[in-house]
Every structure is written in structure tokens, then in C-alpha cells.
Design a protein around this ligand. Structure first.
Ligand SMILES: NC(=O)c1ccc[n+]([C@@H]2O[C@H](COP(=O)([O-])OP(=O)(O)OC[C@H]3O[C@@H](n4cnc5c(N)ncnc54)[C@H](OP(=O)(O)O)[C@@H]3O)[C@@H](O)[C@H]2O)c1
Length: 263
């Protein structure tokens, strides 16, 4: 385990990938690993290594932090939908000339049998639900994403979140399911069947923890309204832990150049 001395690597986390990266880097001697969490949850699971919690204060705040701490590298392992943090990281790292990697799981792509509709924002998702005449809808979303759907008076919503929404949203008909992934296929199939779900709304988060609902939807012929990912500034990108570790090795060996850029 590293002892907190040596050059610093800053991980912008709050994701499975962030925790895995922190655990992997803890095995490297002579590296100081600092994890940054937004502080959205009151009792977060703490990653391996040092942790700082809370926003930096915009691009300027992050720039000041980077100038003070001078990390060797920053790895942005935030969620694909945490685009504000990703944009701030790109701007601040560029201003401070600090190498930045985006660790980002690949997008989910539809396969044969999938019935997906891509949407760019929640208003489009609300219109798509109305168009489809959906009656019983699973909202597999964050609690901060629910409000636009309360405009629809007819469907019954099954809202699945990790943390209770506060304030409680004003749905006409709904049920709240407080659950954290990963979810398995048998459980997802059973949930969709028992609640007679005819449409799912979710984000294209990618990864395995939330993928089973899509496989179950395919089996049952259920429509999926899929919110596409927000864009971020182009940055060197790795799709997985191995890629991030290889990139960091290059940075540490002074071989870092302009790596592949994200789409
Ligand atoms: N969005 C999702 O669907 C989702 C899902 C799972 C986990 N998460 C995790 O939850 C956190 C917040 O997500 P979000 O969508 O609210 O982010 P966001 O919209 O991109 O960021 C909003 C603000 O939160 C602060 N922030 C975000 N991530 C941070 C981090 N890792 N460390 C320090 N400050 C951070 C920054 O504040 P300042 O401007 O003050 O620096 C940022 O400007 C992220 O760590 C993300 O990985 C998000």
C-alpha cells in the first residue's frame, strides 16, 4: 500500500471505476492518491487513499486547487452524465498544463430485438412516453431527474433510485423502490413482469451494473427510452482500469503525448 508520499494523482470519482482505480493505485509505492467526491450522499462509501469531499468552486476553484497541489495527473472517473465536472476538469487541467485522462465506460448500443428510442433531454423523453402511450413506466433514474415526468398525469411510474427523492415528486400514480445496483437478469425480469412495465426510461450510463434491465426489456419486448450522454471537451480517454493504469505509466515515464481523443 502506498503511504501517501510522492507524486500525487487526483481521481475525480463517485463511480465504480473511481473506487477500483483508487484500490489499484493504492498498491503502488511512492504515489499519493487523492480521491475527490462531490458529497451528494450523506454517508458515502469511502475509497482507498485520501479523500476530499465537496465541489472545488467551479473552474477557478479547481484551477487554484491544482496550482496548490500540483498533481502529476488527474483522472476524471466521474459518471458519464457528470458532464459539468468533466468540463471543469478539462478547462482547469489545460490551464495548469496537467495531464488529464477521462476514464469512461463504453456506451450501451442496441442489438437485435432491442426497442430503444434515443433522446437528448428529459423533455424529449416525456414527449416520447406520451407518443408511445406508455401506461406503466420504470424510471431507472437519479432522484434529481424525476421532476419533468410528473407533468404526465396518466402513466403509473415505478421510480427506482438509490436515495429517497427530497422533496418528494408529485406523481399522480407511483411507487418508490429504493435500490442500488448491480441488478441481475432474473431479478430484473421478475420486476418488469410483476409490475407489468411497458416502458423503461434510463440514461446511457454503460457498464454492467445497470445492463440487466436492458436484457430483460429485450426478452419481454419492452420499449426503452434511452437518454444519450452529454458531450464533454475532447480528452485522452480510457475505457477501463487497465487502460487508465497504462496511461498513468506513460505519464510517470514521461512518455505522455496527445493520446486518443474521446468522441
Ligand atoms: N450524474 C449521474 O447520473 C451520476 C450517477 C452516479 C454517480 N454520479 C457521481 O455523483 C457526483 C456528482 O454528479 P453530478 O452529475 O451532480 O456532477 P456534475 O453535474 O458534473 O457536477 C456538478 C458540480 O458538482 C461538483 N462535483 C461533481 N463531481 C465532483 C467530484 N467528483 N469531486 C468534487 N466535486 C464534484 C462540482 O462542483 P464545483 O463546480 O463546485 O467544483 C461540479 O461543478 C459525481 O462524482 C459523479 O461521478 C453521478
Amino acid at each position: 500500500m502506498n503511504e501517501g508520499r510522492g507524486p500525487m494523482v487526483l481521481i475525480l470519482g463517485g463511480t465504480t471505476e473511481g473506487y477500483a482505480l483508487a484500490a489499484a493505485l493504492a498498491q503502488r509505492a511512492g504515489l499519493r492518491v487523492v480521491n475527490s467526491l462531490a458529497g451528494r450522499t450523506s454517508n458515502p462509501r469511502l475509497p482507498t487513499g485520501e479523500t476530499r469531499i465537496g465541489g472545488f468552486g467551479g473552474v477557478e476553484g479547481l484551477r487554484d486547487y491544482l496550482r496548490g497541489e500540483r498533481p502529476l495527473a488527474v483522472i476524471d472517473a466521474t459518471h458519464p452524465f457528470a458532464a459539468t465536472m468533466g468540463t471543469h476538469a478539462a478547462l482547469a487541467c489545460s490551464a495548469c498544463d496537467i495531464p488529464l485522462l477521462r476514464l469512461q465506460r463504453p456506451v450501451w448500443v442496441p442489438g437485435p430485438g432491442d426497442r430503444w428510442r434515443g433522446v437528448g433531454d428529459w423533455d424529449q423523453a416525456v414527449s416520447a412516453l406520451a407518443d408511445l402511450g406508455a401506461r406503466r413506466v420504470l424510471l431507472a433514474l437519479g432522484r434529481q431527474d424525476l421532476a419533468p415526468f410528473t407533468a404526465l398525469p396518466d402513466p403509473w411510474f415505478l421510480v427506482r433510485c438509490v436515495t429517497p427523492p427530497d422533496p418528494s415528486p408529485h406523481f399522480a400514480h407511483w411507487e418508490l423502490l429504493l435500490e442500488r445496483g448491480p441488478f441481475d437478469l432474473a431479478a430484473e425480469r421478475a420486476l418488469l413482469g410483476e409490475r407489468r412495465i411497458d416502458c423503461i426510461v434510463c440514461k446511457n450510463s454503460g457498464g454492467t451494473a445497470g445492463a440487466a434491465k436492458l436484457a430483460a426489456a429485450r426478452e419481454l419486448g419492452i420499449e426503452v427510452i434511452m437518454r444519450e450522454r452529454p458531450t464533454r471537451p475532447p480528452t485522452a480517454t480510457a475505457p477501463d482500469l487497465a487502460g487508465a493504469l497504462a496511461w498513468l505509466d506513460e505519464v510517470m515515464n514521461g512518455q505522455h503525448g496527445d493520446a486518443e481523443e474521446a468522441e
